[in-house]
Design a protein around this ligand. Structure first.
Ligand code: ADP
Length: 788
């Protein structure tokens, strides 16, 4: 999620702005991270930042509900769910009288800008407030509640919106703060319910939040492999949807499934807008299929808990952009909304986003479901199709004509990464729906050479969505290097493999390079080969995200939260935490941003002695500035490959010695914990989408040769394609899936350091230090602290 190009550099503004920040409406995990970023980044830009407690109620009440925030007031907030400045539904703010009081309180506190984090209701309220502002000031002046000077000084109010909503129901952004965490909670619950459902061979109907938005229900359905989902934007199109649902559940049972899981959004409806209630679904499943069915309403568990890594990062970078938007604002610019489109932070007109959001509910009300789907982010419809095609449609309606059907091998390569199994499951099921024959290659290319290949079945991959590691077994050996290419070609021909889907990291990318080179020699390699990037290091060229990288970040934040808690509970201690990533600093930088690390050491920068010295001085200043009796835990993330000299132990010893007793230091090497246990929902969802697109990709690249042979009545050739673009990475670029070929990617690949030359996340590097207080102390302040 790169920052917008126009983000100004970190220079201080000359006139201090007074910014109020509030959270409003339903609470969402990550709101605290956004407040922290607004406070700290605002201070770093010379602004005065005020926390408005209890949402708009705090504005109306004033007094101690509007408090000046300092750097330390938001310490530790990244990992805290909900919102620590409180939120409320405030009826008075819906009245002009209430807003008049709010305006008076803002003026008396000298606040000229408001950053509001909330849902569409809160943001509508914010815009109403801004549009009325001059009228409110006139009224206050007329009643002598503010002075003439105040009326002139505060004649403009700047409003910037951040979208905090678990439903992901806002237009103008692909994703809202809190939605991913909520999805984590849902998936944890559905996974748990799954084990009991399986034990008793039961059916469960699970209701999730989402009155007008099916994002949570659909994504949970994809991420947990649910049998059926009901969402408001796309009701079942059949009159008798009950029979369709029962047919699907029945087919799945016949194939061998022991559990049935149906996910229903709160606002699910049928095509005549009649609500579809969980209890009704339960009765249908019980009466018609005789299934022992239970209903579970997840309710407020969906709002709770510590924010997922994604929400912490999203809220942080958006909070930074919100402050920049305040500093850029002029009276004639409409209030902006900070969004996220195609993995880029955006700044668009707030009111337009609110209007479009209301249009979804209107379109649903008018039964214009196509429009409702269109108004969602572009991935939504694609995800819906991926879900349907990989989970539900096994009724032969998607079958290809026999001559276009393929024998597809699936290989896992490199270290295990969350989502490898989910990708394999989707590929197998979607391939079967198309009439292909999917094969598992066990233990990577060495397994292929040994002939360790087996046909995969629909039921054989059941439950794989939520399984970590690699069910097929993964191996680092690269064909043409550690594995004999001639044997690879021989086995592919022997098993008549006509397409390959590789799931893996940089080794897999190296395999593509070698396979591409060897095509001239071996006709059996002239088949389409798609690589689904899967590695915790996120260093595969041609994609913004690799499967496993999100799971890994979540493991890192869990571990770091515990480490910080332990350090804080005992003494003043700095932990040097070693993270993986090979020669890529992705995990350190994004992990650093998500945990509030003091700094990060990454291969892209290396470590110099001066840098360590400056870091020690900064840590000393921070500890000197802490309250005397306060034990504070701080962490530094060090990438495993950053330096041979400055190892994790060496850095920790230097910190301890140079810290002159102000703080102690310890190390923690997270090691294989980072490969995660259960894959994160984001990794599962990406896996599903990429796997389906990979099958489309191999079909596309074999179509011409297979059609030609069919028309001419010839036997199917071994060589199906030698086009360079048929060996490609199936990558995510922003919101899109692209298929950059290995040849296209090579010029932008740093092969020696095993990563792409440029990485989007590097823009976040500076924020890690900035938000941990670098630049907080002038050299004089630092010297005076040290003197004490
Ligand atoms: P959300 O922001 O999560 O959609 P609500 O719709 O409950 O939540 O809105 C939160 C608060 O925003 C309301 O309690 C109210 O104070 C304020 N608000 C909502 N709509 C308006 C409006 N049209 N005018 C003024 N304030 C509003």
């Amino acid at each position: 999620m790169p920052l917008p190009n126009d983000t100004p550099s970190h220079k201080k503004s000359t006139v201090p702005r007074k910014i109020g920040v509030l959270t409003s409406g339903g609470d969402a995990a990550g709101m605290n991270a956004s407040v922290r970023a607004v406070v700290r980044y605002g201070i770093s830009k010379g602004c005065h930042v005020y926390g408005v407690y209890e949402g708009y109620q705090g504005l109306v009440d004033g007094g101690d509900r509007i408090r000046r925030m300092d750097w330390k007031s938001v310490r530790g907030w990244l990992s805290v769910g909900g919102t620590s400045i409180g939120t409320a539904r405030c009826m008075p703010f819906k009245t002009r009288e209430g807003r008049l009081k709010a305006a008076e309180n803002l003026v008396h506190n000298g606040i000229d800008s408001l950053i509001v984090c909330g849902g569409d209701g809160s943001l509508t309220g914010a815009d109403v407030f801004r549009s009325e502002w001059s009228g409110l000031l006139e009224e206050l002046r007329a009643a002598d509640r503010i002075t003439e000077e105040e009326a002139t000084t505060y004649c403009h109010l700047t409003i910037v919106g951040l979208v905090g909503s678990i439903d992901n129901d806002m237009a103008g952004t692909d994703i809202t703060i809190g939605a991913v965490t909520s999805l984590h909670r849902i998936c944890e619950s559905v996974d748990s319910i799954g084990t009991t459902a399986l034990s008793h061979s039961r059916a469960f109907v699970i209701e999730v939040m989402g009155r007008h938005c099916g994002w949570l229900a659909l994504m949970a359905g994809i991420a947990t492999g649910a049998d059926f989902v009901f969402i408001p934007e796309r009701p079942p199109m059949e009159d008798d949807w009950e029979s369709t649902m029962c047919a699907v559940a029945h087919r799945h049972r016949e194939l061998g499934k022991r559990k049935t899981v149906i996910i229903v959004a709160e606002g699910a409806i049928d095509k005549s807008l009649k609500p579809i209630r969980p209890e009704y679904i339960k009765d249908i499943l019980t009466d018609r299929l005789g299934l022992d069915t239970r209903v579970t309403t997840l309710g407020h568990t969906q709002r709770g808990g510590s924010p997922a890594a994604y929400d912490r990062i999203l809220a942080t970078v958006q909070g930074v952009c919100a402050v920049d938007a305040v500093l850029r604002s002029t009276p004639d610019i409409p209030s902006p909304l900070i969004g996220m489109t195609s993995n880029k932070v955006t700044c668009g007109p707030l009111m337009k986003a609110v209007e479009l959001t209301h249009e979804v509910a209107k379109a649903i009300g008018e039964k214009n479901f196509a429009r409702a789907m269109e108004l969602r982010d572009p991935q939504f419809a694609e995800e819906f199709n991926a879900y349907t095609a990989s989970t539900i449609v096994d009724d032969e309606s998607d079958l290809l004509p026999p001559h276009l059907r393929l024998r597809i091998a699936i290989v896992h390569m490199g270290a295990p990464a969350g989502g490898m199994n989910a990708a394999t499951r989707t590929a197998v099921r979607y391939a079967l729906n198309r009439g292909h024959t999917p094969f598992a290659v066990y233990n990577g290319f060495p397994g292929l050479v040994r002939g360790s290949i087996e046909e995969l079945t629909w039921i054989g991959v059941d439950g794989w969505t939520s399984r970590g590691g690699s069910e097929l077994g993964t191996n680092r050996a690269v064909p043409g290097e550690e594995v004999d290419m001639g044997m690879v070609a021989y086995q592919l021909q022997k098993f008549n493999i006509q397409a390959i889907m590789i799931v893996g990291g940089f080794e897999a990318f190296s395999a593509l390079i070698e396979l591409d080179k060897a095509r001239a020699k071996y006709p059996s390699l002239c088949i389409p080969i798609g690589l689904i990037p899967a590695t915790v290091s996120n260093n595969v060229p041609g994609t913004d995200f690799s499967l496993g990288s999100d799971t890994s970040l979540n493991s890192i934040i869990d571990a770091c939260d515990s480490i910080i808690q332990s350090a804080r509970s005992s003494r003043r201690r700095v932990f040097v935490v070693e993270v993986q990533g090979g020669k890529s600093g992705y995990l350190a930088v994004e992990g650093g941003l998500a945990t509030g690390a003091n700094t990060v050491y990454i291969p892209e920068e290396g470590i110099k002695l001066e840098r360590l010295q400056s870091d020690v001085r900064h840590l000393m200043a921070l500890y000197l500035d802490d309250a005397a009796d306060k034990a504070e835990g701080r962490i530094i993330l060090r990438n495993e490959k950053v330096s041979k000299t400055y190892t994790t132990d060496v850095i920790s010893s230097i910190l301890k010695d140079e810290g002159r007793g102000l703080f102690d230091s310890r190390t923690a090497v997270l090691g294989h914990i980072q490969q995660g246990n259960t894959p994160s929902p984001m990794d599962r969802i990406h896996a599903t989408r990429l796997a389906m697109r990979c099958i489309d990709f191999v079909e596309q690249h074999t179509h011409e040769a297979l059609e030609k042979a069919h028309v001419l009545g010839e036997s199917v050739p071994i060589e199906l394609t030698s086009a360079p673009e048929s060996i490609a990475v199936v990558g995510l670029t922003g919101a899109e899936v692209h298929f950059p070929s290995v040849r296209e990617l090579l010029p932008t690949t740093d092969v020696i350091n095993r990563k792409p030359v440029k990485a989007w996340w590097f823009e976040h590097r500076g924020l890690v230090d900035l938000l941990s207080g670098r630049g907080l102390f002038t050299p004089e302040a630092q010297a005076s602290l040290e003197e004490k």
